[in-house]
Design a protein around this ligand. Structure first.
Ligand code: FMN
Length: 363
């Protein structure tokens, strides 16, 4: 299937179906010498694992990652890193009732129209399990970014229209707290913040940092919207309210800038506010990058639904099997990892943007 490769220089290819033998990723472009072990990746995978909370699917899987290549004696070798997670709890027969019909809110109809054939077992490539490959790869990107002092943190800020105070464990939120029927599903919002990103990351036209982040987020299943900083609220502000004033500031208080022949004074420049969410003109401005991602309610619900079969005849569908009532608790780490992948990729690209950088290596 086309469209499974992401990134130009820090490049990820995800593979596998939810009910096939395994899912995983191949990551190319990781520099040699990065200390990396399976546990570095596992801690990220554990954050998206099913069966953690009351709103989560009952499907129990260890989701243990195995590094098959690209790491030797605890360090990356600069060659492709192949990652695998074996599927252990497929139970394909749970999905036999959806084989010949189109589940509302799912990709089934599109797959049949496009390919004339589909893997009906739990969504195949459109399953939430595809995100395992992204998370495993993103964990490596995050590990690389941390070497540069860049930290990422995503959290669920809203579920079912209810704002969650900072520190709330989204896995522990109950249907009752959200005033919803437990057999129905809810959407939510994930916010991701990246600190320590130097100014100047992102390419000014088609590969703007916000454009690449938006594409990354919208490639995640169930994502319906992305905003940066003030986002849609900026449309309701005046220029005088939305512009972030530049101010002189001590180096440590202002944004990070890349060393080189650029405006050295920029090191002493900060911003009074951050309505822009850390991105101006498609390039990071040195302040915190702030993005929010809107997820729709989980399409699989236990309530009877109106749909049609492959012959176009109307039927009533009741979906059995195990499904997340809300995907957002598990999706937060996916948002964080996709952010890491975009930053690692654009930072790799940015290394060749200046002559002095070329001279440092080749001069
Ligand atoms: C981490 C994650 C887990 C998901 N788990 C489920 C699930 O258990 N049940 C479900 O119906 N959809 C789940 N989804 C969403 C579907 O994969 C997605 O809505 C569906 O493929 C249709 O694609 P679209 O919503 O992007 O149009 C999950 C998505 C993510 C990111």
């Amino acid at each position: 299937m086309a469209g499974s490769i992401f990134g130009n220089m820090f490049r990820v290819s995800t593979w596998g179906e939810s009910h096939g033998p395994a899912v995983g990723a191949v990551v190319d472009g990781v520099p040699a010498g990065l200390a990396l072990c399976e546990e570095d990746i596992q801690v990220y995978l554990n954050r998206r694992r099913p069966g953690q909370g009351r709103l989560s699917t009952a499907r129990q899987e260890a989701d243990q990652v195995q590094i098959l290549s690209g790491v030797f004696e605890g360090k990356t070798t600069g060659t492709p890193i192949s990652l695998v997670v074996w599927n252990k709890d497929q139970r394909s027969k749970d999905y036999s009732n959806i084989k010949d019909c189109y589940r509302p809110g799912h990709a089934d109809f599109g797959f049949d129209q496009k390919y004339g054939f589909r893997d009906y077992r739990g969504g195949g490539r459109s399953s939430g399990r595809e995100t395992i490959g992204r998370v495993a790869a993103g964990a490596i990107a995050a590990r690389l970014l941390s070497e540069m002092g860049i930290q990422l943190a995503a959290r669920v800020t809203e579920m079912g229209g209810v704002a969650l105070p900072e520190g709330t464990d989204p896995f522990s939120v109950t249907a009752r707290q959200l005033s919803v029927d437990p057999v129905d599903s809810v959407g939510g919002v994930v916010e991701c913040r990246a600190t320590g990103v130097p100014a100047g990351i992102g390419e000014p036209v088609f590969d703007k940092l916000d454009a690449r982040l938006a594409a990354a987020m919208l490639s995640i299943g169930a994502v319906k919207g992305v905003e940066f900083g003030e986002g849609f609220h900026a449309a309701r502000l005046k220029g005088s309210e939305n512009n972030d004033a530049f101010v002189p500031g001590a180096e440590e208080e202002s944004g990070k800038v890349i060393d080189g022949d650029g405006p050295v004074e920029a090191k002493k420049i900060g911003k009074k506010t951050n309505h822009a969410g850390g991105i101006l003109g498609g390039m990071s401005d040195g302040s915190e990058i702030v993005l929010r991602v809107a997820f729709k309610p989980t399409p699989s619900i236990s309530l009877p639904q109106e749909t049609v079969n492959r012959d176009g005849e109307p039927i009533t569908l009741t979906i059995s099997g195990r499904h997340d009532m809300s995907v957002v608790p598990r999706a937060a780490v996916v948002v964080e990892c996709m952010t890491a992948l975009v930053l690692a990729d654009l930072m790799a690209e940015n290394m060749s943007a200046r002559l002095d950088a070329w001279k440092k290596i080749y001069g």
